[in-house]
Design a protein around this ligand. Structure first.
Ligand SMILES: Nc1ncnc2c1ncn2[C@@H]1O[C@H](COP(=O)(O)OP(=O)(O)OP(=O)(O)O)[C@@H](O)[C@H]1O
Ligand SMILES: [Mg+2]
Length: 487
């Protein structure tokens, strides 16, 4: 599926933003979490150290008998817990690692959790750990040795409530997550808006390019700005102008080739035409001679003048046809009858056809619809094909046959077929015959342009031309032309 440039850029930037924002959020959250926990740890240790100092004082007083052994520590702990509600439980181990005193005297308190989960006495080292207690949730446990120099009374373990810090962290998480989502959404929306603006003009340029029609080049509607798209627009405009010029040059060159090719075929017609003109000229000469013999025989003079006039008409007709054929025209599409145009071409070839004993078989559909085409160009194609057919039978002693068929082909097309019984085309040459300058004829006999020019003419009318041929059997050219002309 083709995705638009806009969608691809937004998708790419969107994913990039999400990944980057997620990474930054995770790093931030992790840092804050570490900071908050470190803060908690330091606070907890400070509180624990203060309490441990007062406990140590009590223990020294007890040993020196200044304080009673019974109930003193329990009282201290009770008072301490009453004042520090962030401390959830408290355990004091003696020197041998047995519980000496503990805060919880009821079964639901951390004592059970504490006993089961509290750090084991750590042999005189200060330590902390975080764990999840069944009764109190998240707890930060501190372990402090009760020790002065080498004398030890055991260890003091305290469990601090971490739930408020955890709730703070959770709020922070939601805040960062919310901000990240907001950031990604707003940046993506901004990118979308921005790309939209950029691609809008690009999209307009794409539409202009899609609508570009070589046959109908119109100036670009867009204004060329100063950015890269503006450069594209102005270059597109320049390219269109250059294309238009080249196209015009190409059309001119094509017209000149058509004309040159036409003149070349006239050259080849010349001997036939000269002969056609020669006959009536001889006739006229005979008439003039006869008049000169009997200038007073008025009825005979009249008859001979009539004959001479007919001969002159005939010559004028031939010259007119030749001129009509050779004149250079810009392509002019008119409604024309194909059968008529074929007849006109045949009339120029009469002499050569009869000289080479070539029989023309016409299979014309009489009610053929009118074609919208340029009659001069269509004549040129027919002339090229007929000359080729005649050339292909030149060597034959018994001449040959050219069958010309016209018919309506389906709804919108006319089919013209020119088939000869000539020498045929070698299968290796068959796909080259429409190439310009391809010829198998001797130098001076063929330019190799006839079929390529014909192909150009037929295609410019929206038609097709194909060839079938079998060596020594003959060749058939098929032409289809749209009745309504090229689109
Ligand atoms: N009806 C045909 N029978 C046999 N060969 C043909 C026929 N039509 C075309 N050819 C072959 O195709 C070649 C190209 O034909 P094309 O009309 O383009 O050039 P040409 O006849 O050689 O020269 P010209 O420019 O004078 O027409 C010919 O040289 C010939 O070999
Ligand atoms: Mg030819």
């Amino acid at each position: 599926m083709m995705r638009s440039l806009k969608a691809r850029i937004v998708l790419f930037l969107g994913i990039l933003m999400i990944v980057l924002t997620m990474m930054i959020s995770i790093i931030l959250l992790y840092q804050w979490r570490s900071l908050i926990l470190e803060n908690q740890r330091q606070n907890a240790l400070a509180v624990a150290r203060t309490f441990a100092a007062s406990i140590l004082d009590g223990l020294i007083y007890q040993e020196s008998g200044l304080l009673p052994n019974e109930g003193y520590l329990e009282n201290q702990i009770h008072n301490f817990l009453g004042k520090n509600n962030q401390v959830r439980w408290l355990v004091m181990y003696d020197r041998d690692g047995h519980v000496a005193v503990r805060s919880s005297f009821e079964s639901s308190d951390p004592g059970d959790a504490g006993e089961a989960e509290a750090l084991p006495p750590a042999a005189g080292r200060t330590g902390t750990r975080i764990y999840r207690s069944r009764s109190f949730g998240w707890i930060l446990e501190t372990a402090l040795p009760l020790q002065i120099h080498s004398k030890s009374w055991g260890e003091l373990h305290m469990g601090f409530d971490l739930e408020p810090a955890r709730a703070r962290l959770q709020r922070l998480f939601f805040l960062i997550f919310g901000l990240a989502v907001l950031f990604v959404v707003s940046i993506t929306a901004f990118i979308w808006f921005f790309i939209n603006r950029v691609t809008q003009s690009l999209g307009r340029l794409v539409t202009e390019m899609k609508q570009f029609d070589l046959d109908n080049i119109t100036p670009t509607q867009m204004k060329a700005g100063e950015d890269e798209i503006g450069v594209l627009v102005s270059n597109f405009e320049k390219m269109k102008q250059r294309l238009q010029q080249s196209r015009q040059q190409l059309l001119n060159a094509q017209r000149q080739i058509y004309h040159a090719e036409k003149l070349a075929s006239i050259g080849r017609l010349a001997s036939g035409v000269a002969h056609e003109i020669n006959n009536p000229l001889h006739g006229m000469k005979s008439c003039l001679y006869a008049i000169a013999q009997e200038p007073r025989n008025l009825p005979e003079v009249k008859r001979y003048l009539g004959l001479a006039d007919e001969a002159l008409d005939h010559i004028a007709l031939i010259v007119q046809k030749l001129l009509g054929f050779s004149r250079q025209h810009a392509k002019q599409t008119v409604a024309m009858e194909l059968n008529n145009e074929i007849e006109k071409v045949l009339s120029l070839l009469t002499y050569r056809l009869s000289k080479n004993q070539i029989i023309i078989e016409k299979k014309f559909q009489s009610d053929l619809p009118l074609l919208h085409a340029d009659p001069h160009l269509i004549q040129e194609v027919i002339m090229n094909l007929l000359l080729n057919s005649m050339d292909s039978m030149e060597e034959e002693e018994e001449g040959g046959t050219i069958r010309i068929t016209t018919a309506r082909n389906g709804e919108g097309h006319i089919h013209l077929e020119i088939a000869d019984t000539g020498c045929g085309i070698d299968s290796r040459d068959l796909d080259k015959i429409f190439d310009p300058f391809f010829t198998t004829k001797d130098e001076g006999k063929g330019t190799g342009l006839g079929l390529s020019v014909s192909l150009g003419i037929i295609e410019s009318h929206g038609g097709t031309i194909t060839c079938q041929s079998r060596p020594y059997r003959g060749t058939t050219f098929h032409i289809t032309l749209p009745i309504q002309g090229a689109k």
